[in-house]
Design a protein. Structure first.
Length: 253
């Protein structure tokens, strides 16, 4: 399941134990799972006032409920994901299977994650189902909010959005997505965004800060892009408690 030049939203996580540390590896198969509106606010370091009167892009969106809920609150939101090319029936089958498989993995590897936010694997499942079901309802009623496309090529004009949220793709899979892809993706997100681009998390699957983070930030700063790191009140992958905030002072001019 792949598209040329495009990346699916989330991946199957398998965990292998070494003698001195735990590392993560990603299988070839992609999992179509997402987050709720409330989770988005936490992991991107936002509150509802940050969403007022500003067009927002969720990239990649997956079966997250952010677009549906934010739109209901009066915010102009658009989500992008290659999976959106599929039918409603296919998306429902994908997310149901993905949640079952993801939860099964979490039960086996529960001790490798931080559970302060969710408390238990079963509560995590409820979040996944709530997000996907709200997404599916909104996808059926408002298909124009969901665009079938993927990084690093987005079908939007320059400075279309004031805020772009990009979760669980960049930096997480730095063993599969190379430095070139990360830079191209970041530049594309900045191109379509007149305000801020927020990226979370900054840790790769080995639970350490991705080596691409500081290198990419340095490259972008040298070109005049403003970049800062903000702490967020969310942690699931151990130590992943920062969001990267990017903005191009020249955008919108």
């Amino acid at each position: 399941m792949s598209h040329h030049g495009q990346i699916y939203t989330l991946y199957t996580i398998s965990v292998h134990h070494c003698m001195t540390q735990t590392t993560f590896e990603v299988d070839r198969e992609f999992l179509f799972i997402g987050r709720t509106f409330e989770e988005y606010l936490s992991l991107f370091g936002l509150d509802r006032t940050d969403l007022t009167d500003r067009p927002i892009l969720d990239c990649p969106g997956g079966p997250s409920s952010f677009t549906a809920v934010a739109s209901a609150l009066g915010t102009e939101v658009m989500a992008v994901d290659p999976m959106y090319e599929h039918t409603l029936e296919t998306l429902e089958a994908e997310y149901r299977d993905a949640i079952d498989r993801n939860v099964s993995q979490l039960r086996e590897k529960r001790d490798l994650f931080v559970w302060d936010y969710y408390d238990s694997v079963e509560i995590r499942r409820r979040y996944l189902r709530a997000a996907a079901e709200r997404f599916l309802t909104d996808f059926a009623r408002h298909p124009g909010r969901y665009v079938a496309a993927g990084l690093p090529d987005l079908p939007f004009a320059d400075d279309t959005f004031e805020l772009t949220l990009s979760g669980n793709l960049l930096f997480v899979y730095d063993d599969r997505l190379d430095r070139e892809f990360h830079e191209a993706a970041a530049r594309e997100l900045l191109r379509v965004t007149a305000g801020e681009v927020r990226v979370f998390p900054l840790a790769s699957l080995d639970r350490t800060r991705s080596a691409f983070v500081d290198d990419l930030v340095e490259t972008l700063r040298d070109e005049g892009v403003a970049a800062r790191f903000e702490s967020v009140d969310y942690e699931f992958q151990p130590g992943a408690t920062e969001v990267l905030v990017l903005s191009d002072p020249l955008s919108g001019r």
